[in-house]
Structures are given as structure tokens and as C-alpha cells.
Design a protein around this ligand. Structure first.
Ligand SMILES: *[C@@H]1O[C@H](CO)[C@@H](O)[C@H](O)[C@H]1NC(C)=O
Ligand SMILES: *[C@@H]1O[C@H](CO)[C@@H](O)[C@H](O)[C@H]1NC(C)=O
Length: 174
């Protein structure tokens, strides 16, 4: 009985989604962030993607995944494998809009230097291939900033609000 109810609910969801979600053009995706309630309009279900497109989606997803390793590992020279030299990054306040790979790398290095450690955790990701030259993506994140040298050692340090700064947000990329 319970299972059947769940099944019915899922079926209702599946049949109603295509009516609810209308695709917005990729051109409106950046540079200003899209508010969360509008994100479904930009990432309709990827039904019927071909194998070539799936490879592109996977390559973009892998690139997104590299970012936390580089940031948390303080391996800033590797940012060149995920940002083009003319990349523009809007990190919002207090970092603001950063123009060019070298500015992005230098600013991030300086901003993170005050934390003994960080851990950027990616949540749900979505990638949309817009055309042969363009794609957009969104990835939720929670960034843990440890405020004490031993912040990664004891569970108390990880759970204690006084020793950890959490930042919540999304990465929206074109
Ligand atoms: C950067 O992002 C902020 C919101 O986080 C937005 O208000 C601002 O317009 C954006 N700047 C540009 C140049 O898009
Ligand atoms: C971190 O904790 C360990 C074990 O308690 C201690 O030996 C070490 O000196 C601490 N390091 C710092 C930088 O406080």
C-alpha cells in the first residue's frame, strides 16, 4: 500500500515535470547569478542525449570536480587547467568580479591564506550543452573554512561553530 502510494507519486511527478519546466536560453545565464527558484528553467531534463554530448557533459563535470582539489590543496598554478586565461569570475562580495586567470589565482591565494584549511564540498551538479561552442553548469557547494590550525583533527573542531566558518552557495558557469 505504502509502496504503491510512492509509485503513484513518482508517476505524477514524471508526467507533470515536462509541463512545468520551460527552457530558458543559455544566453541569459551569466554574468549575474540566476536565483535558485529559476534554475530548473535552465536545466530541463536531459532526455535523449547522444553519446558525444554525454562525453562533453562528463568532461565538464570532471573539470568542476577539479576545482575543490586545487583550492583546498592550495595548488593554485593548476587553476590554469580549469580557467581560461581570459576567464571572468564573479565571486560575489567580498571578492567581487575578478578578471583574468592570474587575478583569480592571486586573489584566491590571498583570500584563503588566512585559513589553516578549507574543504569545498560539491553537491548536486547539472550541465547543459547549449550548442557546439557553449555549455552552462551549476553546482551547489558548501565550503568549510577551518579557523584553527588543528581544525581538521578532532571531531569537536569540525562540529564546533566557533572554529569553523561555513559558506553556502552555487557555482554557475558558462
Ligand atoms: C555578481 O554577483 C552579484 C550577486 O552575487 C550580482 O549582484 C552582480 O550583479 C554580479 N556582477 C556582475 C558583473 O554580473
Ligand atoms: C595539533 O594537535 C596535535 C595533537 O594534539 C599536536 O601534537 C600539534 O602540536 C597540534 N598542532 C598545532 C599547530 O597546534
Amino acid at each position: 500500500m505504502y509502496l504503491r502510494n510512492i509509485h503513484t507519486f513518482a508517476a505524477v511527478l514524471l508526467t507533470s515535470v515536462p509541463r512545468v519546466i520551460a527552457s530558458q536560453p543559455c544566453t541569459q545565464f551569466s554574468p549575474s547569478p540566476v536565483p535558485i527558484p529559476q534554475l530548473p528553467n535552465y536545466f530541463p531534463p536531459n532526455n535523449g542525449l547522444g553519446a558525444t554530448t554525454l562525453l562533453d557533459v562528463e568532461a565538464i563535470s570532471q573539470t568542476l570536480t577539479l576545482y575543490p582539489y586545487i583550492i583546498d590543496g592550495r595548488a593554485f598554478p593548476f587553476l590554469s587547467s580549469i580557467f581560461t586565461t581570459d576567464a571572468v569570475a564573479n565571486y560575489s562580495a567580498p571578492l567581487g568580479v575578478l578578471n583574468g586567470l592570474s587575478t583569480i589565482a592571486a586573489t584566491l591565494e590571498q583570500a584563503l591564506a588566512s585559513f589553516p584549511g578549507t574543504k569545498h564540498l560539491l553537491g548536486p551538479q547539472n550541465v547543459r550543452i547549449c550548442d557546439s561552442k557553449k555549455a552552462i553548469s551549476v553546482a551547489y557547494y558548501r565550503a568549510v573554512h577551518f579557523l584553527r590550525q588543528n581544525g581538521t583533527v578532532g571531531p569537536g573542531d569540525i562540529l564546533g561553530g566557533d572554529s569553523v566558518l561555513y559558506a553556502y552557495g552555487q557555482y554557475q558557469d558558462t
